[in-house]
Design a protein around this ligand. Structure first.
Ligand SMILES: C[S@@+](CC[C@H](N)C(=O)[O-])C[C@H]1O[C@@H](n2cnc3c(N)ncnc32)[C@H](O)[C@@H]1O
Length: 170
């Protein structure tokens, strides 16, 4: 089961907006049950996934804050509703940046407690697309609570927003 607002439809939108070429290599950081890896493979991309607690054979066990991949080995990285869960969103963005080749893209949907664009730029990304999905997050979170399947960490009080962002490694 997808564990991000908007489910598969949102993932498809993120992929379409990124305009990745056929055969591009892509890693899903915080891939969970591997739905996005399967979807990307079905679209002809060379996809793999990493998660601290994989829930599918499509996903390798690993920490996306410090992966064992060499520098610049992917054309793209995707992460949905996972960087904020790690407690180190800036560190996760820096590691994603390291994994991308120059011109590579990060496809991100995540909860933010500060300015997402500033965080993205601080990690070195040029922003290609930014959409505020905060209302979708509110719906998802309430639905998750009603199902008894709340997102996996405590949401800090104060201002938070949920964004779809696509950035390019400069
Ligand atoms: C809310 S779930 C989202 C899973 C998947 N991206 C999806 O949309 O269905 C967050 C995932 O991030 C993973 N995660 C959190 N911190 C991580 C880290 N440092 N390294 C790898 N995975 C991590 C969790 O194990 C969990 O599977």
């Amino acid at each position: 089961m997808n564990r991000h607002p908007g489910g598969e439809a949102h993932t498809r939108r993120l992929i379409e907006l990124a305009e990745l070429p056929a055969g591009a290599s892509i890693v899903d950081l915080g891939a969970g049950a591997g739905e996005t890896v399967a979807l990307l493979r079905g679209l002809g991309l060379e996809a793999e996934g990493v998660d601290l607690a994989p829930r599918s054979p499509l996903v390798k066990q690993g920490d996306f804050l410090r992966t064992s991949y060499p520098d610049g080995c992917f054309d793209a990285a995707v992460s949905q509703c996972a960087f904020f869960v790690s407690g180190d969103q800036p560190g996760a963005m820096r590691e994603a940046y390291r994994l991308l080749r120059p011109g590579g893209k990060l496809l991100l949907s995540d909860l933010f407690f500060e300015d997402p664009a500033a965080l993205f730029r601080a990690a070195g990304f040029e922003i290609l697309c930014a959409e505020d999905m905060t209302d979708a997050w509110r719906d998802y979170y309430l639905e998750a609570l009603w199902r008894g399947d709340a997102p996996c960490c405590e949401i800090p009080r104060g201002k938070s927003s949920y964004w779809l962002l696509i950035g390019r490694k400069e």
